[in-house]
Write a protein that binds this ligand. Structure first.
Ligand SMILES: [Zn+2]
Length: 77
């Protein structure tokens, strides 16, 4: 499987929010030598990665958390 590479903290948050909760078997998919962090979902056969430098440059954890919160609200029933 080839990981999907994203380039902003927000894009990363939205991609991960789609694979959280019951029914998604997720795992860390970091590639430390390549300076990438990521997560995968075994249930759906996907891996999402972001260069750590781009994550930090596009808002870091604050932007990630805000986007995660928005994505959860949008996908809530
Ligand atoms: Zn999934």
């Amino acid at each position: 499987m080839s990981p999907r590479l994203v380039h902003t903290a927000e894009e990363y948050a939205v991609a991960l929010a789609a694979h959280e909760g019951a029914g998604h078997e997720t795992y860390r998919a970091d590639d430390i030598p390549a300076r990438l962090m990521g997560r995968g979902c075994r249930t759906h056969g996907v891996e999402i990665q972001i260069p750590i430098a781009e994550f930090k440059a596009t808002g870091d954890l604050a932007a990630f958390q805000a986007a995660t919160k928005r994505a959860r609200q949008t996908s809530a029933c």
